[in-house]
Design a binder for this molecule. Structure first.
Ligand code: ATP
Ligand code: MG
Length: 139
């Protein structure tokens, strides 16, 4: 159902720091249901494909190096108005500008190592979910 799912990743810095359990606990406590989830390591090429909309941006190289630097946890989350509410829940892209209590404020280090990803639209959520999970893994 459009509007009810979003896609998230626990990024390499947060995973390696051991924040996965805490982050997932907060996500569940906020009412998101985990529809699909996996730990996976992306190659630089795969990270580049996932973030291809940012190819021309100056931070693309840094972003794809970082996202392929270690394991991540990818998940599809279900909740009413999932995309918009989850972006509010995780906070601003730059952890220094994120509101108190948000995931990025609590677990992000800097603009690049900002703990988690959240889809920016329903279309992105569908694309990103399909990038990581097969039909059978999503039901
Ligand atoms: P995400 O897509 O990870 O949920 P976002 O939608 O808040 O984050 P985007 O503009 O889509 O932000 O940027 C994607 C990611 O690229 C950011 O999460 C951040 O890690 C990184 N990024 C964005 N801007 C910069 C920058 N100026 N310098 C370094 N990294 C950046
Ligand atoms: Mg984005």
């Amino acid at each position: 159902m459009t509007g009810t799912i979003t896609f998230t990743m626990i990024k390499p810095s947060a995973f390696s720091a051991g924040y996965t359990g805490n982050i997932l606990a907060k996500i569940e406590a906020a009412g998101y249901k985990i529809k699909a989830m996996k730990k996976i390591s992306l190659s630089k090429e795969q990270a580049g494909h996932f973030y291809e909309m940012h190819k021309e941006r100056p931070f693309y190289e840094e972003l794809t190096n970082f996202m392929s630097s270690g394991p991540i946890v990818a998940a599809i989350l279900e909740k009413e108005n999932a995309v918009e509410s989850f972006r509010k829940f995780i906070g601003a892209t730059d952890p220094a500008k994120a509101d108190e209590g948000t995931i990025r404020k609590l677990y992000g280090k800097n603009l690049s190592e900002n703990a988690v990803h959240g889809s920016d639209s329903d279309e992105s959520a569908q694309r990103e979910a399909g990038f990581f999970f097969s039909f059978l893994e999503m039901v």
